[in-house]
Write a protein that binds this ligand. Sequence first.
Ligand code: NAD
Length: 264
Amino acid sequence: APGILAGKRGLIMGVANNRSIAWGIAQAARNHGAELAFTYQGDALKKRVEPLAKELDAAVVGHCDVTDAASIDAVFDEVKKLWGSLDFVVHCIAFSDKDELTGRYVETTEGNFTKSLLISCYSFTAVAQRAEKLMTDGGSLLTLTYYGAEKWMPHYNVMGVAKAALEASVRYLAADLGPKNIRVNAISAGPIKTLAASGIGDFRYILKWNEYNSPLRRTVTTEEVGETAAYLVSDMSRGMTGEILHVDAGYHVVGMKNPEAPDL
Ligand code: NAD
């Protein structure tokens, strides 16, 4: 039987290595029949992304650093040359100076605040601007967020503020692009040990806390986030837009520590 993404073409942004959430999403999308293209950030990641893309018969459309608008234009130009149109984009990009992902939020510098919001929030809007032009037959835009947007989390700091802005931008983009049948959604993923996550202070504690206190009593995998992403970029979710869907083993419904959880 044809997959739920058969005939769909999607751009995957944010693969750094085989632990990246973007990679889990790419694998699921491919399994469900999508044709894919990847971007990479800089030459160091090119060497990692190229063999991964090959595994999924995906194109590599070039370097994209979202702080450089010309490089965003360049990869969308490549997509246009390759396919002429586009059905979905998966945006798995975030950054903050590691030194400010620990301690108190109140110490955040203006420089890092601006950079974190630019890379972790505005870049999704910048991508939407380019994608809109190629999504001539409707489309689906997906980004990744975290519960630290909704509630205080230790060490998440400026990234929590950036994710709150990103979640708000999902709603504004959904309203703007809805008339063109372009849907805009986010997955709020539970903590997963990736390169980006290793920058967050005491991340092991966060993983353990989630494992002990989430309803499913475990953390989630990039494969699980990938399967939900495949659904969100497919027509199966065609009635949904502006949504923030939690793939977090249920952690977001919990209001108190599980009394049976061991001490940390
Ligand atoms: P990752 O390190 O594998 O991916 C982060 C990606 O961001 C990398 O590919 C990196 O190249 C890219 N990036 C950073 N700055 C960039 C720039 N200036 N231009 C272009 N690309 C840039 O880590 P990940 O955990 O897979 O992160 C993917 C997304 O998932 C992020 O938005 C992250 O905040 C989000 N997320 C992660 C978790 C988690 O626990 N790992 C939980 C919820 C949400």
